[in-house]
Design a protein around this ligand. Sequence first.
Ligand code: 4NP
Length: 172
Amino acid sequence: MRLEPPKSILFVCLGNICRSPLAEGVFRDVLTTRGLEHRFRLDSAGTGGWHAGSAPDPRSIEIAARHGIDIAGQKARKVSPDDFSRFDLIFGMDRSNVADLKATAPQEARDRIHLFLEFAGERGREVPDPYYGGSEGFASIYRMIREASEAIATRLDGRVAASESGHASSTT
Ligand code: 4NP
């Protein structure tokens, strides 16, 4: 039986210190719980490079830690041109992230770029920028990211399982 290569997913926000490192950590946790982590390669990046080299925002580290997820070792980086060929799926946290990604992506990579919550089935919803808000904003984006990650893991697992068994999937 032909095994699918790992799916690679890049999570993108503006600064790569609040939302996308949290999304990377939560999605990895969801995959690990389902025994699927070996099938996926995950990373995160920002459309802006101001925080490159920095650890995630302490509020993202804290909300993740409260749910047993350690994201403290991640380091911010800016999206690079290579990312558009290195990742199968690129998720922007809000519409401006998606617009910025589509504006810089080569034509052939544009259909790999999606609004994260929309790919999870929540049409038109965004993960709002929590940077200038309080800790309740981080609790709120944690919940959104957790629910979306569960939905996307189910969607992608269905597709991987279907293609491994030789049947086209209609789940995506
Ligand atoms: P993120 O949040 O895009 O979720 O990482 C932000 C982090 C930093 C800034 C804006 C948003 N900033 O303006 O520095």
